[in-house]
Design a protein around this ligand. Sequence first.
Ligand code: NAP
Length: 494
Amino acid sequence: MNKTIENGFSFIIFGGTGDLTNRKIIPAFFQLYKRKILPNNFKIIIIGRREYTQKDYYEFLYNALSKFASINNKDDFLNFAKYIIYYKMDYLNNALYPKLKQFILDIEAQYYIAKNRIYYLASSQEHFEIIIQNLKNNHFIEDATISRLMIEKPFGKNLENAKALNELLVDTFKEENIYRVDHYLGKEMLQNILVIRFSNIIFESLWNNQFIDHIQITSSETIGIENRGKLYDSTGAIRDMLQNHMLQLLSLVAMEKPKDLTPDSIKDEKTKVLQNIKHYSIEEICENVVLGQYGSKGNIKAYREEDNVNPNSMTETFVAMRLEIDNPRWRGVNFYFRTGKRMAKKCTEIVVQFKEVQNNLYKDFNILPNSLIIKIQPMEGIIMQFNTKKPRTINTIVPVQMDFCQNCEIGFNSPEAYERLLFDVLRGDSTLFTRWDEVEISWKLIDKIIDSCKNKSLTFPNYLPGENGPKEADMLLARFNHKWHNEEDNYENI
Ligand SMILES: NC(=O)c1ccc[n+]([C@@H]2O[C@H](COP(=O)([O-])OP(=O)(O)OC[C@H]3O[C@@H](n4cnc5c(N)ncnc54)[C@H](OP(=O)(O)O)[C@@H]3O)[C@@H](O)[C@H]2O)c1
């Protein structure tokens, strides 16, 4: 039996009435269905505890899809809905699992579906253990070579907790069948980073400390924590963003060329980047990490005033950091990270800042170094900044940008990250999912940062909604004569 989907599959979602399932998973399946790349015999089994009949569930599903996907005609919806079954169950009740297993077996027999099962944990983290334990104890994994598990981030709360979770997972599923989701990896431009780097000699040959001065990775949001107060207050920006998304971006930007494009070769190289992050002492970490928390402005509430947040909370909603990679390619290059809530712009981007020209003929002119900006969201594209002579002047040099806007292309509509991720799981390709060793090294680093920053004396709140974090984040870069790239930085129109 292989992991292809021609013989059908069952996709079993624990937490099937939740926000993630309705906003991302089901709309992504709907898209895959409309693109006609799903087989005729599959079923999505939605496990929820609500007293829904199948009809009630379809109403709920229709509302969710109307909001988060586009239903162009009702027949599309009705045809798609036939593949989805609502199953009421309290998944914390051990006694109910044998009945669920029989239900899945009956569905497989009735619809001639191979025992090709994918279990998706879209439940709260505290429930992961009990669900996995029950899948194991009740022998849900009949064929370990093809039974797959998708598990949502965050993967654990710290190294110790992540290790315990992982032990349970590998005791139940094979490592190659565990798909640890970091949905950033499903984004088009992220997948494009390797192509940009390794298929263009103009970048490949310059991608090292001889030509690159520093690299900035920013992921900023304008929204606050919305209704995630309780969860966010025990998580914070370091665990929520740095441990997973930001370090994944770093490893793609900084990795060596993999020996081929297989998932393991790529992950081997990504892991080496994380292993080579320079070790800092506690004092060095404190000097290189800036934490922030937003205050109030106008009718925007301060973080501490949000629902379910401790009014004296010291949880960070912003983090900026500098780190170095101790290997021949990157020694001496600063990598800066910045992520936060309630910032000026929604933007995820990587800025590769090149060095100045040696023995520059134009040293007396005010010229900027070249930079390459990889825009990941909401705009997707690449911007190359270089210098040119301003027309109709004797010798005025101005920086200009050449840009490729991927999601501006007519007719181009980037697939949602989850569409790609689900399709990859269905065909058994784990390239865009994190392997345990990547997670383990990330947690080691993050635990050390969190421990080192615990005793830092901080005055929160220290930035206002609409600002790009506290001023200390600017000072972190100023120490090295660098400056954050902000979208509002203007370039001459010539
Ligand atoms: N939402 C996102 O965008 C997002 C993004 C990345 C990662 N995640 C992660 O994904 C997971 C799910 O997040 P979410 O936002 O979808 O959470 P959510 O909206 O709170 O959904 C939780 C789901 O679990 C169900 N549930 C809770 N206890 C149950 C029980 N005893 N038996 C059966 N069902 C039960 C809930 O059912 P009811 O509907 O009956 O309450 C609901 O369907 C979390 O681990 C989160 O950290 C979420």
